[in-house]
Design a protein around this ligand. Structure first.
Ligand code: NAD
Length: 334
């Protein structure tokens, strides 16, 4: 999505709140909104899994504000909503294994925090809220590609928390007349995705392993597939959902992906080859709560939001590897 195609959407009339804006996806949304003329962009983030460095580059923008705070605190959410027209809610605790280890924390942040944001929005007169859901809501449903209407049972507390968000969104739309749009992200990757901590995502870990020679683990046999989606595609979906004037597009959930599947082995081989690494992955037991295959049908987002993924898997990987190469001195320090 280029800037010219957005000039007609009137971002300059609107003030945006990006919760979780210091995180990986949130910081790219902030970046896009600022560069495309948003009147104001405020970030609410407690920096639990995000980094102040991700948003430091916006400090020079006079229409940018950073509010450090926790979405589990209702008054903080109310404060964050002051003077805001629409919200994109990215703040959450990601990771299936984290949720298996501490389901109470995942639920408190992902469900309780979301309800706080919704109620604070409603009390502040904000109608439009876009929120990050997840492909994990498809759970044990085997059908491929995944279509929005056919979901299975959640396989982890994380998946249950994302499904709960969708249900609360429906209820707030019904009770308070809000305009809420859920985006079911499928394995988003790109620059600024953190390789740090026990719950880091696979792509930064593979790149780190090939660059530094640290051990690379593959859960299961590596034949599992994912609809890996470059972060700019997720940004595009957020901006479309924040600005759509199509009433049929409101109060819906959408798959946000590319619509192609690649195996974890293919992913590793591409990264290793690009970085000229002879690193070999160590195969270990598949993780509890993980699904085997994931592939999205994106026609609903395409029809109702005019979403068109512009960056392919391989283009996205090239950009991501180049970013990690350029920043390896700071990214991988202990
Ligand atoms: P991230 O961890 O980089 O970003 C989440 C941000 O939320 C962080 O900056 C973190 O500090 C903040 N946050 C966490 N708890 C908070 C709290 N209690 N109060 C305020 N801020 C808090 O993760 P991400 O990959 O950018 O994910 C963004 C959203 O997308 C999340 O809702 C996640 O569940 C969802 N999602 C991501 C993916 C993916 O592949 N990355 C896939 C599906 C869904």
């Amino acid at each position: 999505m280029n800037s010219t195609s957005f000039s007609s959407l009137g971002l300059s009339d609107k003030s945006f709140l990006v919760t979780g804006g210091a995180g990986f996806i949130g910081s790219h949304i902030v970046d896009f909104l600022l560069r495309n003329g948003a009147k104001k962009v405020r970030v609410l983030d407690n920096l639990s899994t995000g980094f102040i460095e991700n948003v430091a580059l916006f400090n020079d923008w006079t229409n940018y504000e950073f509010l450090q705070g926790d979405i589990r605190d209702y008054d903080t959410c109310k404060e964050a909503c002051k003077g805001i027209d629409c919200i994109t809610h990215q703040a959450a605790l990601g990771s299936v294994p984290r949720s298996v280890e501490n389901p109470m924390l995942t639920t408190a942040v992902n469900v309780g925090g979301f309800v706080n944001v919704l109620k604070a929005a409603q009390e502040s007169g904000i109608k439009r809220v876009v929120f990050a859901s997840s492909s994990s809501v498809y759970g044990d449903e085997q059908q491929l590609p995944k279509i929005e209407t056919t979901i299975g049972q959640p396989l982890s507390p994380y998946a249950a928390s994302k499904r709960s968000k969708e249900l609360y969104a429906q209820s707030f739309a019904a009770v308070y007349g809000m305009e809420i749009i859920g985006l079911r992200y499928f394995n988003i990757f790109g620059p600024r995705q953190s390789p740090k901590g026990p719950y880091a995502a696979v792509i930064p870990l593979f790149i780190e392993g090939c660059l530094r020679g640290t051990s690379v683990y593959v859960n299961g046999n590596g034949l599992q597939t994912r609809d890996f989606t470059y972060v700019q595609n997720a940004v595009q979906a957020n901006v479309l959902a924040l600005t759509t004037r199509n009433i049929n597009a409101l109060n819906q959930v959408y798959n946000i992906a590319v619509g192609q599947q690649f195996s974890v082995n293919t992913l590793f081989e591409y990264i290793a080859q690009y970085l000229n690494s002879s690193q070999k992955p160590i195969y270990r037991e598949a993780r509890l709560g993980d699904v085997l295959h994931s592939l999205a049908d994106i026609s609903k987002a395409s029809n109702l939001l005019q979403y068109t993924p512009e960056i392919t898997f391989y283009e996205g990987l090239d950009n991501t590897i180049a970013y990690f190469l350029a920043n390896k001195a700071t990214l991988f320090k202990e």
